[in-house]
Design a protein around this ligand. Structure first.
Ligand SMILES: O=C(O)CCC(=O)C(=O)O
Ligand SMILES: [Fe+2]
Length: 268
């Protein structure tokens, strides 16, 4: 996780729990099939915890935004909590919704991107993760059905793809049609992350990642939930490596305007 920017923990969800989530998500997705706007993801369905839904201000019930008790069951899953503890994650805040990303048969690849939004802050330089994606595939994944692929180390180091990819999730990138663009390329530095159903896939939000296309006959569904750990310059108690000057001097009260574009902060 520290060096590559991602890791896989086998069998965190039981077969029963995974099957239950697969049946539930299939029903939700059948009601809200993939749309053109999210063609590279497949679906973009947000399932909120009931607590979070009760505190909503602007959220409106729709086929892609809804509360469900399963969100809390996923976010508070006891074995997940144990894994976080074992990995030494501290000061954890979970995002209170789960995102259902389902790539249909014949779904295109997802473009290279990263999901970090705090690149203006010195926090972008932490050698440890501060924003992590935690997800579970509901079927075994491989290149054939659109598995995840990553460029290891790019959560810390600049890579040529950083200059080739537009801002993630902007309308510009969603409207791209040229699948031969470097944004979708089979890069030599890329590594496939093949997961079995129910494995926990953990990745640093700063890591460049994408997916293969789904050339199988079945949908490939991913349930992801984001967590913040070690916020505001908090140093993990187990950290024994160097600490960048910018982190030591970080003002925990200072707010930075969000940007998804990594700038000079990435270590070259
Ligand atoms: O669909 C996937 O496998 C990956 C989705 C993704 O990039 C993400 O959830 O951040
Ligand atoms: Fe992503």
């Amino acid at each position: 996780m520290k060096e590559m920017g991602c890791t896989l923990i086998k069998g965190v969800w039981s077969e029963e729990f995974t099957a239950e989530m697969r049946d539930w998500s299939a029903a939700v997705i059948n009601n809200n099939p993939p749309v053109e706007k999210h063609q590279y993801q497949g679906t973009d369905i947000h399932i909120f915890t009931e607590d979070r839904w009760d505190r909503r201000v602007h959220l409106e019930l729709s086929p892609t935004r809804m509360p469900d008790p399963n969100a809390a069951r996923i976010i508070d899953h006891p074995i997940q909590a144990q894994v976080f503890k074992d990995l030494g994650f501290g000061n954890i805040t979970a995002q209170e919704w789960v995102i259902m990303i389902s790539k249909p048969p014949d779904g295109p690849p997802c473009y290279w991107h990263q999901d970090y939004a705090n690149w203006n802050s010195p926090e972008a330089l932490t050698p440890w993760p501060t924003v992590i994606g935690v997800g579970y595939y509901l079927s075994d994944t491989s290149r054939k059905n659109g598995c995840l692929r990553v460029i290891p180390g790019t959560h810390h180091r600049r890579h040529e793809l950083h200059d080739l990819v537009p801002t993630p999730h902007d309308p510009e990138i969603q409207k791209m049609t040229d699948l031969t663009s470097p944004v979708f390329s089979q890069h030599l530095d890329a590594v496939d992350i093949e997961a079995s159903a129910g494995d926990m896939v953990l990745f640093d939000a700063r890591l460049l990642h994408g997916t293969w296309d789904n050339i199988s006959d079945n949908r490939r569904t991913f349930l992801i939930n984001w967590h913040r750990i070690f916020q505001n310059g908090e140093i993990p108690p187990w950290w024994d490596g160097e600490i960048p000057e910018a982190i030591l001097n970080l003002d925990p009260l200072k707010k930075y305007e969000e940007t998804k574009t990594p700038k000079e902060l990435l270590i070259n």
